[in-house]
Design a protein around this ligand. Structure first.
Ligand code: GLC
Length: 450
């Protein structure tokens, strides 16, 4: 393994080149008013992808940023739900499950156009909007846009608190792993395996992902059957029925998504106060969420935050990347932050790029397959921010430079090998190539004061 001398590796010239390449990728993935994650594998608008992309793009093109977010919210449902995918083009056939499988309009408040999926993704838009707002305080058209979009973001959070929090804990549930953004993490295995699949009654379907990407990097067939089962369950109850909480065998309070909600609430409160908008409802949500977060999710034995399975009534006891995100939301105690930072330092010392998406010591760890071990650039952006907030500047720097190194060495892929010893033997990253959130994260990293 070559010795990585990061400072000389990332000369200013080289950083400029990286930014230019990133901009080109985003330009290629631009579809008139939004960005696709990557050309073939994901040909539509994805919720949290677009959030990260708009934050990166805001560093050089505010018009595009506004268009991207507007386009995302054009798919918001009347109940406030912000779908995980918007199918802007109904002619695009290279994706399953497509709009005709989701049938979003079983919910009366779903727009006829754009058609969408029936589930959501991590609620990133609050912090995304604050980041953009802070950078463009003197741009009047941006301020007007923020004022116009603000109530839509509040409506989205209201959806989560109203439809996804049956016990009124201030902590919302997901009923499909795809909502978590960490689709195929081993975190969900046990809960998914509890689902009994009857192949005779499961709706017939044909995957497309394995024809476009290496099957060894994608979820297995058994997992896919369960994804389809849960999708069908959501559809049966119009995607927002109370029956989902009653019937779904998969019902999880994800610590990462709830941390992101808290972070986004805080951002909305900050923006609202700066623009003299009413924030009382958000403040109320926020108090409840923050009060219950640590008791529900902190696992003292593991030393990380852990998601909670509402069906088994237990935490999912794994060291997984979502468990570090509460640092980003500023809701960890100093002691909790130290446990997480010490753990990440030990992972780095053992020869891994930060941050592997799953516990490197678990038999379920797989440094190549999807969310089961590789490094994800946009996750690193949040983790780096979190580490900075708690004063772990060196570790934060490692998270950033590992990300830059992987992109330089292996290209702007969707995600990356986490085991350092393997990298000399491979020539590219994993999943989709020329990936938008990888490009935008690089721009965000390189545009921040270091
Ligand atoms: C995969 C990821 C998800 C992402 C989507 C589009 O499904 O797991 O987080 O939003 O791809 O990039």
């Amino acid at each position: 393994m070559e010795d990585i001398n990061y400072p000389s590796f990332f000369s200013l010239n080289y950083q400029m080149e990286l930014i230019e390449k990133a901009k080109e990728i985003i330009e290629t993935n631009w579809r008139g008013n939004f960005t696709v994650p990557t050309n073939k594998l994901y040909p539509f608008q994805w919720n949290w992808d677009s959030g990260f992309v708009s934050m990166g793009v805001a560093n050089y093109d505010i018009e595009k940023t506004i268009a991207e977010i507007k386009s995302m919210f054009s798919g918001q449902w009347e109940n406030g739900m912000l779908p995980h995918i918007l199918f802007h083009s109904e002619r695009e056939k290279t994706y399953f499950p497509n709009f005709d499988f989701w049938q979003s309009t079983v919910n009366q408040g779903a727009p006829a156009k754009p058609k969408s999926s029936g589930i959501t993704q991590p609620p990133v838009y609050g912090f995304v909007l604050e980041d953009i707002f802070n950078k463009h305080q003197s741009n009047q058209s941006l301020i007007d846009f923020v004022k116009a979009i603000f109530p839509k973001l509040v409506a989205y959070h209201r959806f989560l608190y109203t439809f996804r929090d049956p016990n009124q804990e201030g902590l919302f549930y997901i009923f499909h792993p795809w909502e978590s953004g960490r689709d195929n993490s081993p975190l969900w295995d046990e809960s998914l395996n509890r689902i009994k699949i009857d192949k005779n009654t499961l709706t017939k379907y044909k995957r497309i992902d394995t024809t476009l990407a290496d099957a060894s990097e994608r979820p297995t067939q058994d997992q896919y059957d369960r994804y389809v089962y849960l999708l069908e369950l959501g559809k049966r109850y119009a995607y927002d029925g109370v029956e989902i909480a009653e019937q779904s065998p998969f019902l999880i309070q994800d610590c990462m998504m709830n941390a992101i909600l808290i972070k986004s609430n805080e951002s909305l409160i900050n923006i609202g106060r700066a623009l003299q908008l009413d924030v009382s409802e958000i403040v109320e949500w926020q108090e409840k969420s923050k009060a219950n977060f640590s008791d529900k999710f902190w696992n003292e034995e593991l030393g990380v935050f852990a998601s909670y399975d509402m069906r088994s009534g237990e935490q999912l006891k794994h060291k997984e990347i979502g468990g570090f995100i509460p640092l980003f939301a500023g809701i960890a105690t100093d002691n909790q932050a130290k446990r997480i930072a010490d753990y990440l330092q030990s992972v780095s010392d053992k020869g891994y790029f930060l941050c592997p998406s799953f516990d490197i010591d678990s038999p379920l760890f797989d440094s190549k397959r999807y969310w089961r071990g590789p490094v994800w650039p946009h996750m690193n952006w949040m983790i780096r921010e979190g580490l900075q907030k708690y004063g772990y500047h060196n570790l934060a720097e490692t998270v950033k430079s590992d990300s830059l190194y992987l992109v330089k060495k292996l290209g702007f892929y969707e995600y990356f090998e986490s085991q350092k010893s393997r990298v000399p033997n491979i020539s590219k990253g994993y999943g989709g190539a020329n990936f938008s959130w990888t490009a935008s994260t690089i721009i965000s990293f390189l545009s921040e004061p270091s």
